[in-house]
Design a protein around this ligand. Sequence first.
Ligand code: BMA
Length: 292
Amino acid sequence: MLRLHRIGDRPIMTPRKAVSWEKSAVLNAAAIHDGGKFHLLYRAVAHNPGDPNRSCIGYAVSDDGIHFTRLDEPVLTSNVVPEEAQGVEDPRVTKIGDTFYMLYTAYDGARTQVALATSTDLIHWQRHGVVIPDTLFGNNKDAALFPEKIGGRYCMLHRPVPDIYLAFSDDLLHWTDHVRIMQPEFAWETAKIGAGAQPIKTDKGWLLIYHGVDEKLWYRLGAALLDLDDPTRVIARQPEWILQPETEWEIVGDVNNVVFTCGAVLLGRELWVYYGAADTVIGLAKGNLDDF
Ligand code: BMA
């Protein structure tokens, strides 16, 4: 059984109180290992009077995956386009060729839609707009792109509440053939599930670390495996969760009892999962794939 183990007993990243755009919380980071370095694109939140919940996306880089250096300015901010007027949230980053693709939640205060941005250096991002509009399935989020074409087409996971869907595209902008691939199944995920980290290729299938929410709104992480050639097929799913809120900083925060991932890195057989804890800080937990 796969169970993640925390690295140390503290978060690896906490909000910089002196930085106006991230003073309240850092959470839900995309994670990618590239060029020998670990990169995080993290959601940063500022609570201000009259503007209590605004998110932007910051960038952090590290040699060891634990100690990160952050930029002084965010790499993606709200208020540039109306669809993102209240924030850009929960990025997942995938590299295809020389390009990094970020799928993220565009939040306008009422609607959450899936938007796409691209970059070649992880710092300068070009917006491509909303790619899964709310006119399709209502509010949507938790989107993650596969790192290669499958059957000649790009593939994306997304989440109209409460299930995980897969969609296909020729150009990354127009998505069709939406298929529901996973529904809540176990007691710890009865309320809803959603993709977590970007899908990771393994010899046995696409590894999907996802989140499950129970009736008491506790967020836990789970693991599933999708067929390499037909990722609409779930070929394995662990009935037990792999990480649940246990430490004080996972239990108490902006939203209590939350562990939520947007990014993981596989180094050999070791899985490094970066996760938002209680929507306030970022933790790191590891596990060995052979236990799955
Ligand atoms: C989800 C997302 C996440 C958040 C989680 C727990 O709906 O909005 O950003 O971490 O709720 O509050």
